[in-house]
Design a protein around this ligand. Structure first.
Ligand code: SF4
Length: 482
């Protein structure tokens, strides 16, 4: 597709919108000087002193919209609305999220509510951003739940994220930097990695206490933290107890995503260190789908890992499911949701499959659910979970999600994962340790965020650890500037 950008600077937003309708097209942007460029799919966006217009010629069909610019008006919004109308006319497809392309609709809703009040914000979502009623209602519910959690955060609050970028095998849809320890080279890295991680935890704990920060939540993610041996988990959790003040801690989560890594010994270790929340992720309860996506575990393992964790008395257990997985069907997905609801974990997170280029699934050209089918799956999940007294409390969107759909965390009342909201809504600083981790420093009384990136790959994290420690000194200089 050729996207012509003439007389304005809204190329980013216009490209994102085209992508919603044509997710598989390579979009070439051309500017004034290349006005003659043409393709079977050409979208021309134009602005001058008086008007905004969009002309789409796509696969033999065409649509055109024009509007007068208003003084003080939002030209970018106007152009996005015109482009959306043209693409809906040509394709007959009306995306449920309208022209909202950002990752955090609830953050936008909270901002709009502060500006226009609740009804005004809702109207803005429907009439200006062209979001359908179902997604507008969902966003309002999430915004309300998030606001309560956001209010817990104070200027001196922070959370700690610990990255364990290793997994027992690689799932076909995975795009994370996570090494499968089925590879001997990756497995050999684990002890050296943990040695550095213990060091980074000590350094980070010292900085936090020097700055007088209050630790609100801890989250072990990855990867699959439970791929570590019980003794290795014990060493990490002990290090945290030795170097961090846990007296303000509200929540302690360790992801045990892959059921095949869960053992009674590991769960007891977590319990002994007061980890209250864990995540056991079946992704689907269809054995056939599990086999196709390379999860290397059985449905029974997911169920028994969950039951084991329940019997040990964890306060909060999450289960992730994914809508749109390769070879899954609408009926199969609904059965997975039903099974999860019957097991009654405290949280159920429904993800939409993301088609990332770095995944094996995309490289193999796998057939996955189309946008309409995935939307039906999410609608079923919403109705089933609401009926079972789960409430939506956090939501985010990713690029390249099937049907441009969202990921939603559902929780039983009072069981919401605080870290998910703190992190997603950037409520406070997140000090992050380990390979691929990103520290986000939040201005104590403002919105400014500064990021410190750790090295992405474990071997780099190990070999360039001293450089990384240098970078961490920016935490002190950041806080001393406020
Ligand atoms: S468990 Fe998660 S991080 Fe690990 S390979 Fe699968 S999708 Fe990737």
């Amino acid at each position: 597709m050729i996207l012509k950008i003439i007389g304005h600077a809204f190329h980013y937003e216009m490209e994102n919108l085209c992508r919603i309708f044509y997710p598989n097209d390579k979009i070439e942007k051309v500017y004034e000087q290349a006005e003659t460029a043409c393709d079977e799919r050409t979208v021309e966006t134009f602005m001058n002193e008086t008007q905004v217009s969009v002309l789409c010629r796509i696969d033999g069909a065409s649509a055109c919209r024009k509007a007068q610019r208003e003084q003080g008006g939002d030209d970018e919004l106007l152009m996005a609305q015109l482009l959306f109308a043209c693409l809906v006319e040509i394709t007959g497809y009306r995306p449920s999220w309208g022209i909202v392309t950002g990752v955090r609709p609830s953050k936008l809703m909270i901002k709009l509510e502060n500006e226009y009040g609740k009804q005004g914000a809702r109207d803005y979502f429907s009439n200006q951003l062209l979001v359908n009623d179902e997604k507008t209602n969902l966003t309002c519910s999430v915004a309300e739940a998030e606001s309560k959690i956001i209010s817990l955060s104070k200027p001196e609050s922070y959370s700690l994220y610990v990255s364990i970028p290793f997994c027992p095998s690689r799932c076909s849809y995975c795009s994370f930097v996570s090494h499968s320890i089925s590879n001997a080279n990756a497995k050999r890295l684990v002890p050296q990695y943990l040695e550095k991680l213990l060091e980074e935890l000590e350094i980070t704990g010292a900085i936090a206490s020097e700055l007088g920060l209050k630790l609100e939540s801890i989250y072990f993610g990855g990867g699959t933290p439970s791929v570590l041996e019980a003794s290795q988990l014990d060493a990490l959790l002990t290090q945290i107890e030795n170097h961090f003040d846990l007296s303000h801690l509200r929540e302690y989560t360790v992801e045990c995503g892959r059921p095949d890594t869960v053992t009674v010994q590991k769960l007891r270790t977590l319990k002994n260190h007061n980890v209250g929340r864990i995540s056991i992720n079946p992704q689907t309860f269809s054995q056939q789908v599990l086999d196709v996506i390379g999860r290397n575990h059985s449905v029974e393992q997911a169920v028994s890992a969950y039951k084991l964790a329940r019997s040990l008395g964890f306060e909060s257990i999450n289960m992730d499911l994914i809508a749109g997985l390769e070879s899954d069907t609408y009926e199969g997905f609904c059965e997975s949701v039903d099974t999860a609801v019957t097991l009654a974990p405290d949280n159920i997170t429904i993800h939409s499959l993301a088609l990332k280029r770095s995944s094996q699934m995309v490289a193999d050209g796998a057939q996955v659910a189309d946008g309409n089918e995935a939307a039906k799956m999410l609608a079923y999940a919403q109705q089933r979970l609401t009926g079972a007294k789960y409430e939506p409390y956090y939501m985010y969107r990713q690029s390249k999600c099937v049907g441009n759909l969202e990921n939603v965390g559902w929780a039983k009342q009072g069981k919401e994962c605080l870290y998910n909201v703190f992190m997603m809504e950037e409520c406070h600083t997140v000090l992050a340790v380990g390979a691929g981790a990103v520290t986000r420093l939040k201005q104590p009384e403002g919105d400014y965020i500064e990021r410190i990136f750790n090295f992405k790959y474990p071997y780099e994290y190990i070999s360039r650890f001293d450089e990384l420690v240098q970078r961490k000194s920016r935490i002190n200089s950041f806080y001393s500037s406020y």
